[in-house]
Design a protein around this ligand. Structure first.
Ligand SMILES: Cc1cc2nc3c(=O)[nH]c(=O)nc-3n(C[C@H](O)[C@H](O)[C@H](O)COP(=O)(O)OP(=O)(O)OC[C@H]3O[C@@H](n4cnc5c(N)ncnc54)[C@H](O)[C@@H]3O)c2cc1C
Length: 413
């Protein structure tokens, strides 16, 4: 049977795929997006942060030193399920290599090349989709219960300042006046005004689905199950049949490894699982997104309540969630916010698609310039979606992107 011919096919309708699809539709391309459940992957439940200051990679010397503790304590902020360790080992070895000082600096610069300007990129992008009402620009406040724990986070904050991101120490009086709902125990902070957040990450995805359809795009609620580069485009299969696309974008997040390999990109993609708890009637409205420097998770006032989100668990995609990690976030938040009401909490787990250097894969696939890879955004998929979409749209149109893509190359491993 002759495959159905498409102009642009996008596989994956998380925030990255949806943003790429909408950007391409706005450029006049006829876009068909394939995803059995758009906007219900990692992009649904994240912490909502648009964080230009996320320029300190996870692979830092302190993280490597903490690995034995991660194996011993399933509730540590970064945990490894011991049964998953043998499969994770090659990834961990590469991760440890990226914690060497020269690599931290290179990865931080490569992160900054994408993150700086993220708030402005999102403001323009959201406006073009009629979704600017979901964005807030209130900055981000990191809070600590002691000078010692603020100091232990200092390597990350120093990297932020080095990259030009404001991250200034604030004292107990400043914190009490800015965020009187916080326990006086948390009297040490760092405030970064250049950050924003989204009040409904799932709603942002739903809004992009509508914006894509209004711009002439269509959605096929099926997975892409096989793919191969062809001479005139990219051939792929979904349950309903075979297709051929002049341009193909692979943005299937944590599920990208096998499909990317079929396009010639053998990438060491694994997943950093994260959790959230949403408190529907928290009784507090935060003046900015906050990071609890003790529990190492984010607190974000959202449309549906207060979302506590974060932590990292290495256990692969398939393992069932361990919701005691979400419960741990609720306990930690109660310490930070003594008047917090926790009734009716809902819990969620999602998979961040992560490469060991903490950088995404963005660029043409080795097998075909018509296949563009856009996955692996780890802790930054929301922050970087608007920027990634602009890069993908440029590549699809044969324009040079405004960013040097070599650090994100699929062949860098
Ligand atoms: C707890 C937590 C907190 C986070 N906080 C933040 C934050 O504050 N700021 C930030 O920037 N980032 C944050 N992140 C990271 C961010 O959520 C991810 O980087 C981002 O969601 C990845 O987007 P994505 O589109 O690549 O993947 P996803 O959102 O997972 O989407 C992938 C999509 O691909 C689809 N799919 C899978 N296989 C196929 C297939 N074969 N064919 C077609 N479709 C397929 C899935 O159905 C899914 O819809 C957080 C993540 C977690 C877990």
């Amino acid at each position: 049977m002759t495959p159905a011919r498409l102009d642009v096919a996008v596989a994956g309708g998380g925030i990255v795929g949806l943003a790429c699809a909408f950007a391409l539709a706005r450029e006049g391309r006829r876009v068909t997006l394939f995803d059995p459940a758009p906007g219900r992957g990692a992009s649904f439940g994240n912490a909502g942060g648009i964080t230009p200051g996320w320029v300190a990679p996870l692979a830092m010397p302190a993280t490597i030193r903490a690995i034995p503790g991660m194996l011993a304590d399933p509730l540590s902020p970064i945990a490894i399920r011991p049964a998953y360790l043998p499969r994770l080992l090659p990834w961990i070895v590469r991760f440890a290599f990226n914690a060497l000082p020269g690599r931290v600096e290179a990865c931080s610069k490569a992160l900054a090349a994408l993150t700086l300007g993220a708030c402005e990129a999102w403001a323009d992008f959201a406006r073009s989709a009629g979704l600017e009402g979901l964005l807030r620009k209130q900055g981000i406040l990191y809070v600590y219960a002691s000078e010692r724990s603020r100091q232990s986070a200092e390597p990350g904050h120093a990297l932020r300042r080095k990259r030009g991101v404001a991250a200034e120490p604030v004292d107990a009086a400043w914190i009490a006046s800015f965020a009187p709902m916080l326990s006086r125990e948390f009297g040490f902070g760092i405030y970064s005004p250049d950050a924003g957040h989204v009040v409904d990450p799932g709603g942002l995805c739903d809004g992009l689905v509508r914006a894509l359809e209004s711009a002439g795009g269509s959605i096929v609620r099926e997975p892409v199950v096989d793919i191969a580069a062809g001479s005139e485009g990219v051939n792929f299969r979904a349950p309903s049949g075979g297709f051929s696309a002049a341009t193909f974008v692979l943005a299937t997040g944590a599920h990208s490894k096998v499909l990317a390999a079929k396009l010639g990109a053998r990438v060491p993609l694994d997943v950093e699982r994260g959790y959230h708890a949403v408190l529907p009637e928290p009784g507090v409205e935060l003046p900015a997104q906050m990071i609890d420097g003790e529990g190492k998770y984010a607190l974000t006032s959202m449309a549906m309540g207060l979302r506590l989100a974060g932590t990292v668990e290495f256990a692969g995609i398939e393992a069932p969630p361990d919701h005691s990690r979400a419960d741990m976030l609720v306990r930690a938040a109660k310490r930070l916010l003594p008047d917090l009401r926790t009734d009716g909490a809902t819990r969620w787990m999602g998979c961040r698609p992560s490469l060991p250097d903490g950088l995404p894969v963005i660029g043409a696939a080795p097998a075909s310039p018509r296949a563009i890879l856009a996955f692996g955004h780890a802790h930054l998929g929301l922050t970087l979606a608007a920027k990634t979409a602009a890069i993908v749209a440029a590549l699809a149109a044969g324009r040079a992107p405004d960013t040097d893509l070599s650090p994100y190359s699929p062949t860098r491993f």
